[in-house]
Every structure is written in C-alpha cells, then in structure tokens.
Write a protein that binds this ligand. Structure first.
Ligand code: GAP
Length: 436
C-alpha cells in the first residue's frame, strides 16, 4: 500500500490537497494521470448505466438542496456516528471502531488498551453545514449533500415525464458528496469529500425482489468488466442490525484491500420509503398510475451506490504489480486498457536520422484516436519502464528499420512481447488490442 501511495504521488495520480500548506485532513487532489483515470471510470460507468440502455436517464442535480430534504430523508436525525473522545490525548474515535483503532500516542495499543480515559459516546452528525445568503443564522443553515440519491428522488417526476419513461426505469447520477467523517483514512478509501456514482431504479411493489437480484448481478459484472480480479471481490449481506433505516435488503460488494475486506458499493432495496416520505413532507403526489390494474402506487426503489474514488483506489490496488525481470524489479500497473490514462506511448529509438520526426508524426496521427504519450528522453528500456509504471498498455518505437520498411515495434505492457507493425496499420492494430 505504501509503495502504491508513493507511486501515486511521484507519477501524478493523487496527492494531498493544499500540500504546500501542510495538507488538509483526508482531502486529496487528482493529478494528470489520476484525473484521466477517474474520468475513464466515470465514463465506463455512465456508458454501462445510461448510454447502453433505454431504461435509465441521466441527471446532474445541485449539491445544495432545500434543508428540509435532509429532515425528510432522515439524515438530520439518523446520519450520525457514535463519537468517543480520549480525555488524555484528545484523540477522537468512532465507538464502533474502538477495537481496531490505534492510540496516536501508543500506536501498538487500541484506545481501550492505552490507559487513556474515554468519554461516553455521543452522536455526531456527519453532514457538513454552511449558510446560504449573507446572514449566518439558524434560518440560513443548509447542508452539503451527504449522498447524491436525494437529488434523484426529488426529481423523480421531473425526469419521468419529459423523458417519457414508464416504470420500471432508472435515474443515474455522478457527483460529489460530503461527509464529516470522524475517522477518514487509508488514503482515498474514506475521505470527507468524494464522488458517488448512484442509480435509483423505480419499480412496481412486488417486482422489487426480482429487480434487486438483477441489479446485484449487473453490478458484480461491472467490476469484472473493468478488470477487477473476481477472487478479490465478495458479497456482504447486511444483517438485521446493520440495515439502514430505509432498507428492506442490502448487499455490499466488498474488495480485499491490503487493509482488509471493505465496502466498495451498496445495492439496496429502499422500498417506497424515500418517495413516500417526500410526498408526505411536500404534499406532492409522487405516485404513478398502473395501467394494468388502474390503481396508483408509489414506486419501490432499487439503489446501486458506488464510490468513484473508492473504485479508483480498488483499480490502483488491483492493478499494482511488482515482478522480477532479468534481476530487476519491474513495477507495472496492469490497468484494463479502457481505464489506462494513456493508451499508447511513442518513442524514437534515438534522436537522430529523422526518427523523432517520424515518431512525432505517428504520435500526432494516433492522438486523433487515443491518449498518447510521446517520450524521447533516456534509454528506451527506461522509457518502457516508466510507461509500465503508469499502466500504458502499448508502446511504439521508431527505429532504423522504420526508415527502410516503414514498420515500427509494438510492445505489449503485460507480456513485454514485441512485434513489428506497418506504421500505417497502427490505428487498427491498437483498436483491436485495446478493445475500445
Ligand atoms: N445513497 C446510499 C449511500 O450513500 P453509502 O453506503 O453510505 O450509501 C455508498 O455510500 C458508497 O459511497 C460506498 O459504498 C462508498 O463506495 C462511497 N462512500 C461512502 N462514504 C465514503 C467516504 N467517506 N469516502 C469515500 N467514499 C465513500
């Protein structure tokens, strides 16, 4: 994990936010490669959930919502964690994590073992508050959304009508969410500002069980499709004590991180809880008409809720490999080609005999199709290694043979095998191998 985090900093995937000011607790910035990787994750999710289906519509709702939304949703009363303070060292812990947390003064001990006196637990609401308008009084308090889902519920009818959808259908959204977590950590695993990729699927009551199973299958397959190793993911079913106040059934997809099995995504059967509560609170009719039995009903909701940053961490952890190559350690990010920030690198073998010109022209031509990295600095072996480290699936080298037969070397990141390809056939060769 430490080596992967240091690679992320060194190569420009992720670094601490406001670093020159000493950083700000658990906020992170995505550099050029991280921004590209994150965008690819979101694009693949959006393609699978919205573009490739005719029963899901996209939405981009505001982060700031009417404060009563959070009263209705239950977040004001229930979105809390039990907080415990140490009277000795002033550190704060979640009560439910006391057995695994570490005392900052005596890191070999848990807060229960270190001898410090702990306060009783008190409930701490995780929503960030701010003020809307110039007067900072209670009537101006609003919240940074702690989940994107509520933006979907309040817009249910706004989307269904204009999109001419009928039940069953879904609404998908990607966007920032904010939680004042007591114990953020493990790099970008738990942060206070993060992005969610959520989809709410509206179904007839009675059909919810079938759709729940359907979405569990779809979401499991999505992780396989982006190249996550199947043996590293598993299902965790929420027991009665774990179920959120709104859920009838809930399963998490978990990934085996270096710090243990942890939640990646939740698939929840939220029943008609959300729409019923919003209808009750606003007096608006959020029911739909059932053509079959000529009755109105409030749809049930099956939710799939994934963390984008957490998926990115999973992708990084899953792709990171170190291997011995001819007595040397090669670090390689085995990203699925669709996720890789750069798809191909182009090198002139040496900076003479017109090779940089040819390589430059090839790079410019390929850039119309793929994200391309051009590099003419240092030994070619080292250039390959630099690309391996950032997960570029292919590298092309222009050498002396290119000058006579117009072919180039195409090197595969994973096998390191090299073949010769005519330079005018590169676009097709790459399309075929990248599966994009
Ligand atoms: N709308 C349902 C909901 O928000 P959740 O289990 O609280 O459910 C869904 O969050 C997903 O959002 C999680 O599975 C995780 O991937 C991501 N997530 C939640 N809190 C996070 C945090 N503090 N940092 C990063 N990702 C987080």
């Amino acid at each position: 994990m430490d080596r992967m985090v240091s690679l992320c900093k060194r190569r420009g995937f992720v670094f601490p936010s406001s670093e020159i000011y000493g950083g700000l607790g658990s906020t992170w910035d995505y550099g050029p490669l991280g921004a590209e990787l994150k965008r690819n994750i979101k694009d693949i999710w959006w393609a699978a959930m919205v573009h490739q289906r005719d029963d899901i519509e996209g939405l981009d709702a505001a982060i700031l919502m009417h404060p009563r939304v959070w009263e209705t949703s239950g977040h004001l009363d229930h979105f809390t964690d039990p907080l415990v303070d140490c009277k000795t060292c002033k550190a704060r812990f979640r009560e439910d994590e006391l057995d695994s947390a570490r005392c900052p003064r005596k890191p070999s001990k848990t807060p229960k073992e270190c001898g410090g006196e702990l306060t009783d637990a008190r409930q701490f609401n995780l929503m960030f508050k701010t003020f809307m308008g110039p007067v900072e009084d209670d009537s101006a308090v609003i919240y940074m959304r702690p989940e994107t889902a509520q933006g979907i519920y309040v817009n249910f009818l706004n989307v269904m009508g204009p999109a001419r959808q009928k039940i069953p259908f879904g609404i998908a959204q990607i966007g920032k969410a904010f939680r004042n977590e007591i114990t953020p950590g493990n790099f970008i695993f738990r942060t206070r500002e993060f992005e969610q990729m959520e989809m709410q699927f509206f179904v007839k009551p009675g059909e919810d069980g079938r759709w729940f199973e359907y979405w569990r299958e779809q979401r499991w397959q999505w992780y396989l499709d982006i190249g996550i190793r199947e043996e590293k993911i598993r299902w965790h079913e929420h027991g009665p004590g774990e179920l959120a106040h709104y859920a009838r059934a809930a399963y998490d997809i978990e990934y085996e991180f270096p710090f243990g099995w942890k939640e990646l995504e939740g698939v929840h059967n939220r029943t008609d809880f959300d729409l019923s509560r919003h209808a009750e609170a606003t007096g608006k009719d959020l029911s739909v008409f059932d053509d079959e039995n000529k009755k109105k009903f409030i749809p049930f909701i099956i939710e799939t809720s994934a963390g984008c940053d957490r998926t990115l961490l999973t992708v990084l952890v899953d792709a990171y490999a170190e291997e011995e190559v001819r007595g040397d350690t090669r670090v390689v990010m085995r990203f699925h080609p669709r996720l890789a920030p750069y798809k191909v690198a182009v090198f002139p073998l040496v900076n003479r005999d017109g090779m940089p010109d040819i390589a430059g022209r090839i790079a410019a031509d390929l850039r119309r199709h793929f994200k391309v990295f051009y590099d003419d600095k240092g030994a070619v072996g080292r250039r390959y290694r630099r690309q391996d480290e950032i997960g570029t699936p292919f590298a092309i080298t222009v050498d002396s043979d290119t000058l006579t037969d117009q072919t180039v070397t195409l090197r595969d990141r994973d096998t390191m095998a090299q073949i010769r390809v005519p330079s005018d056939a590169l676009v097709a060769a790459l399309h075929e191998r990248l599966h994009i």
